[in-house]
Ligand binder design. Structure first.
Ligand SMILES: *Cc1c(COP(=O)(O)O)cnc(C)c1O
Length: 232
């Protein structure tokens, strides 16, 4: 029963992504769904695993445990990362969405060198400017940009992530998503990024309440949790 409900929810979310792609003239294959399992029991994860292989976790510890149990899936870290958990995150994450400072990025670069791997990351940007949100402020990102790009030597910086302000109306999130898209265009065309071949293809934006709007505005990754577990 649980498993049927979860599969139905997954298929509804995927259909909604397809429809949003159609409206925006995009290809559904260009949007990746990260199933956010931070509150999900392992049994629910296994129900999803029958038809899905990309999962998002908030906490490095839980991500590492689950990645070891199910190493064939891609585990993305979407929650805030403390420096003392950075190594664990690098060892177990296919993508870290939540790099919110230059110093964290530099730590990941050092860890990557130590472990002889290239961590794959997104820079989290606080485009809405809400005080409660973490992430680079736009000005901070612009000021740090040359040093950010230097880290590309050891880290794959593949794009940006943002969270829109929580709101009942998904339309309220549209300007946040549009601003992240515009910022990506601006930074990808900067001289420093071009010199390092840094094209920033990925935009991780949109959650259960607003992923359809995010897809319309160019999201390449959506992070959906509660919608998948409705009715479970
Ligand atoms: C929990 C979480 C999500 C998923 O939120 P839902 O509203 O449950 O879809 C997405 N992104 C981040 C960073 C989260 O912490």
């Amino acid at each position: 029963m649980i498993s049927e409900t979860i599969k139905k929810n997954l298929s509804n979310v995927q259909q909604a992504i397809n429809n949003a792609c159609l409206r925006a003239g995009r290809t559904a294959a260009d949007v990746q769904l990260v199933a956010v399992t931070k509150y999900a029991e392992w049994e629910w994860v296994m129900a999803l695993a029958a038809c899905h292989t990309t999962f998002g976790e908030n906490r490095p510890q839980q991500l590492a445990e689950r990645q070891k149990l199910f190493p064939d899936a891609n585990w993305h870290l979407i929650g805030q990362l403390q420096r003392n958990k950075a190594k664990l995150a690098v060892q177990h994450s296919a993508l870290i969405h939540s790099v919110d400072s230059l110093s964290l990025l530099q730590s990941l670069a050092n860890i990557g060198q130590q472990l002889q791997v290239r961590p794959r990351v997104l820079l989290q940007v606080n485009v809405s400017g809400e005080l409660s949100k973490s992430g680079f402020e736009k000005d901070e990102l612009l000021n740090a940009w040359d040093r950010v790009v230097e880290c590309q030597q050891c880290v794959d910086i593949v794009g940006f992530m943002t969270m829109a302000p929580a709101c009942e109306d998904p339309e309220a999130a549209r300007s946040t998503f549009r601003n992240l898209f515009a910022l990506r265009e601006e930074m990808a065309s900067s001289a420093a990024a071009m010199a390092h071949g840094m094209t920033l293809p990925e935009l991780s934006m949109g959650m259960s309440g607003d992923f359809e709007v995010a897809v319309e505005e160019g999201a390449t990754i959506v992070r959906v949790g509660s919608r998948l577990f409705e009715g479970v």
